[in-house]
Design a protein around this ligand. Structure first.
Ligand SMILES: Nc1ncnc2c1ncn2[C@@H]1O[C@H](COP(=O)(O)OP(=O)(O)O)[C@@H](O)[C@H]1O
Ligand SMILES: N[C@@H](CCC(=O)OP(=O)(O)O)C(=O)O
Length: 384
């Protein structure tokens, strides 16, 4: 399938993008941090952020390369099989990685932040919301989050090395429009091009199409870990929150700028579900209600008619026992359910801030967090 003009709109119109770069690219096949390549991506990233390519975008970087760079710094030529040595290498290499992105982004006038995450962090509702709020806050402040796995505390991920999945989880977390996976191939071929000279290039396909999984093989180099299969599965996962994925060659000149202007390079794996529909599905899938809040008529109208977030000042009662990140129901004064959503505060906290303006949260709770009880992005209105 070739890209159609409609498909290229996906990238041109994207407002929030996650860019994942693999170890082989970042460390020039293990030779050491590729300063020139990182500088190039940062230069292009800055152009996407500033609006030099059509319109301003929010960009999150997910970068691998800690283990490979750590091995180089420790003078190890072969990847250790001992898990704690791998973790030690990652800890050493991550210093260089963070420093390089910080330096190169600062040269473009952008500030950066290091965020280390594990898959388990994103499976835990409370940590999920915390990670989401932190990353969205960084984006609002105009800071570029540079994310990697927190390799020190994980065992499975470091064995398999799977930042493609992490890229997809981050795309889900912040509802990105597009996940861009930069790798050492031009995109997806019908078979591993390192082994099959006759493999054909795939320009576009539907994310989640099972036929893709049969085409994808493992990693082609000793540095990369996941290979194409983890990219295909990442695209399927990203599509779950409505994000399409592009797999492209990281050394393609101006790759990010050209993608941003809609040029059909790389393989486009198109999400079939629209973003807000996917989000609603995600919340609907978490149907185990932990509690509810009752709101006054004014708040009910704001939610129903204006699609606003739920603020504690509009709440009159808190029911049940729930934690931050649990799904709760929102009921109107007649007891009718009007919405469901993810609670930003536990039931204990919610009882303390019920009917209060956000200016009072700090004195009541001892800290100030989100002004909303349920943010509108995390709220699905029930059918009337
Ligand atoms: N069908 C396929 N199309 C393209 N590349 C494939 C395919 N199957 C396997 N690969 C291999 O996947 C490799 C990219 O994955 P990987 O080495 O993990 O890179 P990265 O470090 O960028 O994540 C390619 O170099 C290629 O050899
Ligand atoms: N956290 C690890 C990630 C390894 C990894 O996923 O590598 P890759 O398959 O090249 O994206 C590191 O930084 O080395």
């Amino acid at each position: 399938m070739n890209h159609s003009p409609h498909d290229s709109n996906i990238l041109r119109e994207a407002r929030r993008i996650v860019i994942k770069v693999g170890s082989s690219l970042v460390t020039d096949e293990g030779r050491g941090l590729d300063e020139h390549a990182i500088e190039e991506w940062c230069r292009q990233l800055a152009a996407l952020v500033s609006g030099a390519v059509g319109h301003a975008r929010e960009v999150v970087m997910v970068s691998s390369g800690a283990v490979a760079e750590g091995m180089k710094r420790l003078g190890w030529s072969t990847r250790p099989s001992e898990i704690h040595e791998l973790q030690a290498a990652a800890a050493v290499g991550q210093m260089g990685l963070a420093q390089m992105y910080e330096t190169k982004l600062r040269q473009t006038g952008l500030r950066s932040a290091q965020v280390l995450l594990t898959h388990a962090d994103l499976a835990d509702r409370e940590r999920y919301l915390n990670a989401r709020s932190t990353i969205l806050t960084l984006l609002r402040l105009g800071v570029v989050p540079v994310i990697n796995e927190n390799d020190t505390v994980v065992n499975d991920e470091i064995k398999f090395g799977d930042n493609d999945t992490l890229g997809a989880l981050v795309a889900n977390l912040i509802e990105a429009d597009v996940l861009v996976i930069l790798t050492d191939q031009k995109g997806l071929y019908t078979a591993d091009p390192r082994k099959h000279a006759d493999a054909r290039f795939v320009h576009a396909a539907q994310a989640g199409d099972p036929a893709l999984e049969a085409m994808a093989g493992g990693a082609g180099s000793s540095i990369g870990r996941g290979g194409m299969i983890t990219k295909i599965l990442a695209a399927k996962r990203a599509a779950g929150s409505g994000a399409s994925t592009v797999v492209a060659w990281g050394r393609e000149p101006d790759v990010l700028l050209r993608l941003g202007s809609g040029e059909p390079i790389g393989t486009l794996l198109i999400a079939q579900t629209a973003k807000n529909q996917a989000r609603k599905q995600w919340i609907a899938d978490h149907l185990q209600l932990r509690g509810a809040v009752v709101v006054d008529a004014g708040a009910a109208a704001k939610l129903r008619e204006e699609g606003k977030s739920l603020l504690p000042i509009g709440m009159t009662m808190v029911e049940g026992v729930f934690s931050r990140g649990d799904v709760i129901a929102v009921r109107d004064p007649d007891g009718q359910e009007i919405a469901r959503g993810l609670a930003n505060y536990s039931s204990t906290e919610a009882r303390l801030i019920c009917r209060r303006p956000s200016s009072e949260f700090e004195s009541v709770l001892g800290y100030a967090a989100e002004p909303e009880m349920v943010h509108r992005d995390n709220l699905v209105l029930s059918r009337a």
